[in-house]
Ligand binder design. Sequence first.
Ligand code: NAP
Length: 309
Amino acid sequence: MSEDIFDVVIIGGGPAGLTAGIYTARETLKTLLLEKELTGGLPAKVDMLENYPGFQDGILGMELMDKMRAQAEKFGVNFGEFEDVSKIVDEGKTFRLITENAEYISRAVIISTGGLPRPIGLESERALLGKGVSYCAVCDGPLYKNAELVVVGGGDAAVQEGIYLTKFAKKVTIVHRRDQLRAQPILQQRAFANEKISFKWDSVATEILGNDHVEGVEIRNVKTNEKSRFAVDGVFVFIGWTPNTAFVKDLLKLDGSGHIITDENMETSVKGIFAIGDVRSKKYRQIANAVGDGAIGALAVSDYLAGIL
Ligand code: NAP
């Protein structure tokens, strides 16, 4: 157990957390970043980022996140990877953060834990996870050369990842519960123009078929209630995210969907605890505004520690 007192512990190593670390460490605040997996967060699992400013030809998600991490390291952020914080205890002037392996004490805390992919909720989806069911196209897409795939969802992630999967698959069917996509127009245009992509509109997946591996899906048309089955080799689910806030649900004010409520300085309902990035209650979730949240949160921590916030 370490009894060092950190100025700030950042929980979560995606773009928001890494940006906050770059700022706080550069201000010579003693900074620890705890991440339950490897740093990089969601963007590290995305192929090409086309709308992150500064890279006119796009940049690979992994490459951008490696650069952010290297910059945070340069300024002296301490990293604890595979450290999952299960509890934050408010001890008055400091906070105690508890993980499976250790406890850390900090004067301020920044939460940037993002979210987890939302599952459809089917028993067969759980049973076939890793056997044809996936939530990560970059991780698993290359396994599906010449395969027939289903993508469930109609938002930016479903359409962008569906297009990415056509690099490998011979056919991608996007199953969406409405007859209009939610995704940005530029992604929609590309998907409609892609000969490998077809759509099943007004449809939800009701069963994923197969024993040892995915062999097909059953879908239901929500307007006619008609069910149909077709053969596929893999099912990729992109129907949104659930915020990683279970560990603070009794400590902080959350909105109806479980995201952390903050003010414009990223302050939560507990003084000294800040929240940034996708985990916080807001309408638009982009890497660019996660980075913005990180900068604001870090500056606010600095002011809080100086007694001027
Ligand atoms: P999202 O925008 O919340 O879209 C989720 C999609 O899944 C929607 O089409 C929704 O249908 C559908 N859906 C939700 N629950 C469902 C269920 N139980 N069964 C079937 N379908 C369901 O989530 P996302 O696409 O993961 O994106 C999350 C955030 O990241 C967004 O803010 C997005 O803009 C951002 N993002 C941006 C980019 C980019 O800029 N290139 C890429 C990826 C993600 P309805 O449309 O009917 O609600």
